[in-house]
Design a protein around this ligand. Structure first.
Ligand SMILES: [Zn+2]
Ligand SMILES: [Zn+2]
Ligand SMILES: [Zn+2]
Length: 153
């Protein structure tokens, strides 16, 4: 199914309409590669001449997440980045608190253990996002050098 149809279906299921703003939003989300934040998306929309407000994005991005078309990656200090999940395999993330780099990983072992843990709790998992916070290789080596401020959470 096309992403736009899928989002339209999701909207109608929730009593919402595919407005011109939402259509512009999804068109632009579909064209972004990698992990993007609200400012990136707002910049793209404005550049293309769409008068979309930040509030519109904050209202509609959770709907795109809920519809399964995009995935939200929680960053440090309450920030978030998003990525298109269409045509992509499930993967999880490591987030560097130093430079904001996002590393992707896929681990069958981690996936399996999560399922085992859920079964044990009789919990029916419908999805998950596993995020590891810490420091990437280059930030970790800066943090461990003498005289640095040290690592913060
Ligand atoms: Zn996973
Ligand atoms: Zn880093
Ligand atoms: Zn990713």
């Amino acid at each position: 199914m096309q992403a736009i149809e899928r989002f339209a279906q999701y909207l109608s299921k929730h009593g919402l309409k595919m407005t011109r703003e939402r259509r512009a939003l999804i068109d632009h989300v579909l064209s972004v590669r990698g992990h993007f934040d609200v400012d990136d998306l707002l910049g793209r929309l404005r550049k293309a001449g769409h008068g979309v407000s930040r509030a519109t994005l904050y209202r509609n991005l959770p709907r795109l997440v809920d519809s399964g078309l995009i995935h939200k990656v929680e960053m440090a200090r309450g920030q978030a980045r998003y990525e298109l999940m269409l045509g992509r395999h499930h993967h999880d993330h490591m987030i560097c608190l130093g430079c904001g780099t996002i590393l992707e990983f896929e681990s069958p072992e981690v996936e399996r253990i999560q399922e085992v843990v859920c079964r044990r709790k009789k919990f029916v998992m419908t999805g998950h996002s596993h995020q590891i916070r810490g420091y990437c290789e280059s930030c970790a080596s800066v943090g461990s050098s003498p005289g640095s401020a040290g690592r913060r959470r």
